[in-house]
Design a protein around this ligand. Sequence first.
Ligand code: MG
Length: 341
Amino acid sequence: MSQQLRMETEVLQLHTRHPFIIARGGRSDYRTVWVRLTDGDGHEGWGEAAPSKFYGESAETILAALVVYADLLPADPFDIEETEARWAQLMRRNPAARAALSSALHDLVGKRLGIPVYRLWGLDPAKAPRSTFTIGLDTPEKVRAKVLEAQEYPILKIKLGTDQDEAILRTIRDATDKEIRVDANCAWTVKHTIQMLPVLKEFGVTMLEQPLPPEALDGLAEVTRRSEIPVIADESCETAADIPPLVGKVDGINIKLAKCGSLREAIRMIAIARAHGLLVMVGCMIESSIAITAAAHFTPLVDIVDLDGAALLDNDPFVGATIGGGQVSLPSGPGLGLRRR
Ligand code: MG
């Protein structure tokens, strides 16, 4: 059997088809870190760390954190629970780096066993809900062009949080009859959100994600009380420990591997949210098919899928789970089922 695992890292330079802009800014160039764990038998497990400045990570902090975490790589890759707990104890504020290692360990054990990760979890990939496709902030002409470009996707997620929000919604509604969901990325106040609720209704919006700043839980509760559509916490909900304070204050939570730091933590969050009757969404960062595929493996357990990070790229280096036509398709190969493009 195998000797000690070996870790290799490589920075990926990703590029979005359009500048990806949300309420707190945006750009076209993104750097993520590709992590490979190799065992003595030549099996390779892959993961990807997608840093978010908002959560305090960059490609540099991820590379530095990975060097520290690499000291605690398990002798046995099946020893995932203990290993992840040790990593989180060692340095808690580097969730994207830990998510990449978690993904690589899951990929590796799936490959050792010769089965896909979703099978390890007993999941049926056909149960995955359809994914949204995001329209970032832009001028009305460009927003209209993006909506036309997104023709194959049945559900759109619209980024808001500007002084032109109503005009953006009108532009999109004029261009399409599709289901639309909205994400204000913390940019609204309670008063403004309450004013926006009838506007969202007028344009047939079906879901509102994180209108208020992360710590504004009482404000979220007030908005949720008045809202006819589900209010989902994203920036207010990073790990499982954030869920109990949100109970009764929002309708659901958005799980992202880059926030929660582990595939196992994501599954724990799903169970905790379910126990409290919350809707469960899975989201992503701008990232390649590696990180998207890691999250796609647990989509049969969730209600709402927003895994368009790789679909927004024009230079995804990998092939894995896809969201063509909005349908989440999981690869059937062992582990995460990824390959290079
Ligand atoms: Mg969001």
